[in-house]
Design a protein around this ligand. Structure first.
Ligand SMILES: [Zn+2]
Length: 118
């Protein structure tokens, strides 16, 4: 599950590292559903979801928010941000209101990671 700590932002699990229980954002089932959709859209089939992706793998975060809400009525852009920021494997990167997967694409894109050494 994904929760939000008032002090430290989004985290996975029951408690934040600081010990607070936080506020529930996504339960286990929804985390998995949204995770599959976001991973699929950013790594494998952006066009099928109506997402425009640039040559470096970026898509507009608001547009992705609309797309996930179309698939799951409960979903939102904030939940996509929660998912990305709490990802234990740091699969996603958010910058300038855009989001992309850091790795694992099945399409041909040019990843530039000047700031990242994965
Ligand atoms: Zn905390």
């Amino acid at each position: 599950m994904i929760k939000r700590c008032p002090q430290h932002g989004f985290f996975r699990g029951e408690h934040c590292e600081c010990g607070l229980a936080g506020q529930l954002i996504l339960d286990e089932a929804r985390t998995e559903q949204l995770g599959r959709l976001v991973a699929g859209g950013l790594r494998h089939f952006p066009l099928d979801l109506g997402l425009e992706m640039d040559s470096r793998g970026w898509v507009d975060l608001s547009k992705l928010g609309e797309v996930v809400q179309k698939r799951h009525r409960w979903a939102s852009k904030e939940m996509v941000i929660a998912l990305a920021q709490s990802d234990p494997k740091q699969r996603y990167e958010i910058s300038n209101q855009r989001i992309r997967a850091r790795y694992g694409h099945s399409m041909d894109i040019e990843l530039d990671h000047p700031e990242c050494h994965l």
